[in-house]
Design a protein around this ligand. Structure first.
Ligand SMILES: NC(=O)C1=CN([C@@H]2O[C@H](COP(=O)(O)OP(=O)(O)OC[C@H]3O[C@@H](n4cnc5c(N)ncnc54)[C@H](OP(=O)(O)O)[C@@H]3O)[C@@H](O)[C@H]2O)C=CC1
Ligand SMILES: O=C(CO)COP(=O)(O)O
Ligand SMILES: [Zn+2]
Length: 354
């Protein structure tokens, strides 16, 4: 008889059911929704910029399939705004909620769908980080972190929209993918030191997305970023997290540094930009090839110094010092070092981040 303590712990994987990546395919959004769960009415959550660009096209696509719709505007991700949208969406009595935009609108829709128990579809208009296909929602608090909501039932991408979005959003997506290198190394450390669950398949999938960006970055520098490759990498990274059941394959100490920067200097720099800076410094601590990370970030047009995104040197030093305390339960390389002000300053200076 198998004793309880010998039994493998249950591990759940919730994955997106349908993913469509096309080019100039926005007119097929209605068709995509019908093939997912035949909704009669949908709630659409998007910001003002995105609505200006896409409102008409999306409405036409839904009308063709006789799907009713109600728009909701996401302005920020403050709790008060989220609660208000949630109240309004609840009144819609819709069959499905779609988040249309960058990370803010997709996160807003993901969280509200989870709270209301409705199917969620993500329509990313920017490839700025790996949240488009993942079950995670970033929560701004004293200890910024992500919570597990539900994975999107469907992910619909029109590459043409992503290509036309401000260039720094795509470069930010590359930064979030490169972070997988240091994140996986930290995950392996957690497994070794704390016997934490480690899944090789999820880890390798996350690493592959980072390696594809590394391998292609010189080509990107000459010919421009290949949005499709980056979107596929971000979706795979999100799926890697679904398989792992946590953000472990895509979030290690470099993300803790980015979260610390969110706390110390809110609103400065994009998520993937800050993760890129974090990866440079954390890779050095891990004994990895941090110079290759710098070169890759430069090739994709992502920042490699704090100054480029308007962050002061002191803030970087402070972020390195407080990072691990934001998520004490997640074992990273920062647990193995006493990050004094002197060590933090040396690390940031020696990698030219400050
Ligand atoms: N779930 C997760 O795993 C993660 C979530 N996050 C969260 O994601 C958010 C950051 O996401 P990010 O994408 O960087 O930033 P935003 O979602 O704030 O988008 C940045 C800006 O780009 C605009 N935009 C997006 N797409 C287009 C487009 N195609 N054309 C023109 N403008 C466009 C947005 O307009 P508009 O105002 O209309 O939306 C917005 O003004 C944060 O809230 C963060 O907490 C971050 C990391 C991980
Ligand atoms: O940004 C993420 C993965 O790229 C989410 O990670 P966190 O769990 O650290 O919020
Ligand atoms: Zn991230």
């Amino acid at each position: 008889m198998i004793k309880n303590q010998d039994r493998m712990q249950s591990h759940r994987m919730e994955l997106p059911r349908l993913i469509e990546i096309g080019e100039r395919n926005i007119n097929d959004f209605g068709k995509f929704l019908i093939s997912l769960n035949k909704p009669k009415k949908v709630s659409l959550i998007a910001g003002t910029n995105v609505q200006k660009i896409l409102k008409k096209k999306i409405e036409n696509s839904l009308k063709t399939k006789k799907i009713q719709f109600i728009w909701h505007t996401s302005i920020d991700n403050q709790i008060k705004s989220l609660n208000q949208i949630q109240k309004d969406v609840k009144k819609d009595n819709s069959d499905l909620i779609a988040g249309i935009g960058g990370g803010r609108s997709v996160d807003t829709a993901k969280l509200i769908s989870y709270n209301l128990g409705k199917p969620f579809v993500s329509l990313p208009t920017a490839a700025s980080h790996d949240g488009m296909a993942s079950p995670f929602v970033s929560v701004k608090s004293d200890k910024p972190h992500s919570i597990v909501a539900t994975a999107p039932m469907g992910v619909f991408v029109d590459i043409d929209i992503i290509k036309k979005a401000p260039a720094k959003l795509l470069a930010s997506g590359c930064g979030d993918l490169i972070a997988n290198i240091t994140a996986v190394k930290d995950w392996q450390l957690g497994h070794k030191k704390k016997k934490e669950y480690y899944g090789r398949y999820a880890a390798d999938l996350a690493l592959m997305s980072a390696e594809i960006v590394m391998e292609n970055s010189s080509e990107f520098a000459k010919k421009g970023l290949d949005a499709r490759v980056i979107v596929e990498g971000l979706i795979s990274a999100g799926v890697a997290s679904c398989i792992a059941g946590s953000s472990r394959p895509c979030s290690g100490a470099e993300h803790l540094v980015s979260h610390a920067l969110d706390k110390l200097a809110p609103g400065i720099g994009l998520h993937g930009e800050k993760c890129g800076l974090g990866s440079i410094m954390i890779a050095k601590l891990q004994g990895k090839d941090w110079k290759k990370i710098v070169k890759t970030l430069k090739n994709v047009g992502a920042p490699t110094t704090a100054k480029q995104i308007g962050l002061k040197p002191d803030v970087i030093v402070e972020a390195l010092m407080i990072a691990q305390d934001l998520r004490p339960e997640r074992y990273t390389i920062l647990k193995e070092i006493k990050m004094t002000e002197k060590i933090a300053k040396n690390l940031a200076k020696s990698t030219s981040v400050i």
